[in-house]
Design a protein around this ligand. Structure first.
Ligand code: UD1
Ligand code: UDP
Length: 385
């Protein structure tokens, strides 16, 4: 049985890696959990290990916060000797954070097979650090594990080989479905004095929304108007905490610390509407059938708009208020995309355990040839296609 390193580093990774580890270990694989330490506050980290029953990491890299280059570089520097020592057959990375890209780059040069869970998602917004991480991680991955048909289409359009692309479904929904009954037993509504169906839930952490005080002030103005109709609860991401405190929030919006996983699922499940710039929350609201208004101009998860309850509102305050009012008056019908069925990690384990080894890896003799490109890559400028 292969030895597999599973990487996690920040809040949205834990609920993605847990079902993959379980499925691999359930089939007899030897799994090592490596935690990069990108997130470290108890409310951004420890609570997820407790809520989801994830065992303590086998290795902890402790990289902490920093600029993109500092953080990515620290993960790479710590992960390289670890790979040399552990010598795994496969490395699994999830999502689109800096730790994902850092471990992908190291793996690609060290030799093990690289699997990317959540491959093929594209916002086509190159100002998002996550878009750079997604595209670059997919480029060096052997197994591209896609959550939805749009992701498969993106990968095909970028020229990846068919044998690399696997439509497996959404691991985040595996974890949601496994834990939904436990989440519904949470007393979080009572703790916050909330009534089911009578409040809105908000999350904000994208740099484009929270780093510029002028933008954040505009968003808070919109939220203040919405709170006049539907009181809002906002669990505060540490990235936004300082600026929210400086600017201050309008009445009707209650700031609370980041919620644990079970509490946050319970809050989403009971909310009348969710307003967010989170990737994962767009997916969870779709699976729960709860109306979601996304405070961004684009989404790498278009299936949540086309086949779910998500509506893109952009970042203009007036448009946000109008969109939320429309959604409150006429909520979108609940729908759940195919393969968001709780079995994605089983399908991933099947791919990885039947996917050969590094010695049998097909070595492409040329770069992928994009069939259509939203932005020319370096190869487009230097090589004949
Ligand atoms: C990161 C990911 C983002 C993901 C988000 C999930 C990247 C580029 N970004 O963004 O894709 O959606 O996590 O929540 O990888 N901080 C703390 N305590 C912590 C962690 C962070 O106080 O435990 C503060 C620090 O001031 C830090 C800032 O938050 O500088 C940003 O943290 P960082 O991990 O760099 O990026 P996020 O904004 O959390
Ligand atoms: N989440 C949570 N508590 C919160 C906010 C989010 O448990 O206060 C969970 C949410 O249910 C989802 C994940 O964190 O499972 C999403 O992570 P985040 O929004 O930080 O990152 P993104 O998905 O945008 O990368």
């Amino acid at each position: 049985m292969p030895r597999i390193v599973c990487v996690a580093g920040a809040r949205p990774n834990y609920m993605k890696i847990k079902p993959v580890m379980d499925a691999l270990e359930g089939r007899g694989a030897e799994v090592l959990l490596v935690h990069t330490g990108q997130h470290y506050d108890p409310a951004m980290n420890d609570v997820f290990f407790a809520d989801l029953g994830i065992r303590p990491p086998d290795r902890f890299l402790g990289v902490g916060s920093g600029t993109h280059a500092e953080q990515t570089g620290r993960v790479m520097t710590a992960f390289e000797p670890l790979l040399e020592e552990v010598s795994p057959d496969i490395v699994v990375v999830v999502g689109d954070i800096n730790s994902t890209l850092a471990c992908a780059l190291v793996t690609a040069k060290a030799g093990p097979l690289l699997a990317h869970v959540e491959a093929g998602l594209r916002s086509r917004d190159w100002s998002m650090p996550e878009e750079v991480n997604r595209v670059a991680t997919d480029r060096v991955a052997d197994h591209l594990l896609a959550p939805s048909p749009d992701a498969v289409d993106n990968l095909r359009a970028e020229g990846y080989r068919e044998d690399q692309i696997h439509l497996v479904g959404n691991v985040m929904i595996d974890t949601l479905l496994t834990n939904l009954a436990r989440a519904r037993a949470s007393d979080v509504l009572a703790r916050h004095g909330l009534t089911r169906g009578e409040f809105g839930l908000v999350t904000l952490h994208r740099p484009a929304n929270v780093d510029d005080p002028a933008v954040l002030t505009g968003l808070l103005k919109a939220l203040g108007e919405i709170a006049g109709r539907c009181p809002l609860l906002l669990p505060v991401h540490p990235r936004a905490a300082g600026r929210l405190a400086e600017i201050g929030v309008p009445g009707g919006i209650r700031l609370v610390p980041p919620a644990g996983y079970l509490d946050f699922i319970a809050l989403q499940d009971a909310a009348r509407v969710v307003l967010t710039d989170s990737g994962g929350v767009q997916e969870e609201t779709t699976a729960l059938g709860v109306p979601c208004v996304t405070l961004r101009d684009n989404t790498e998860r278009p299936i949540t708009v086309e086949q779910g309850t998500n509506v893109l509102a952009g970042r203009d305050p007036e448009r946000i208020v109008a969109t939320v009012n429309r959604v409150l008056d006429d909520p979108p019908a609940p729908r759940r995309p195919e393969l968001w069925d709780g079995r994605a990690s089983d399908r991933i384990a099947d791919v990885l355990l039947n996917g050969g080894t590094a010695s049998t890896r097909p070595r492409p003799t040329s770069l992928p040839r994009p069939k259509s490109a939203d932005r020319p890559g370096p190869e487009d400028r230097t090589l004949p296609i």
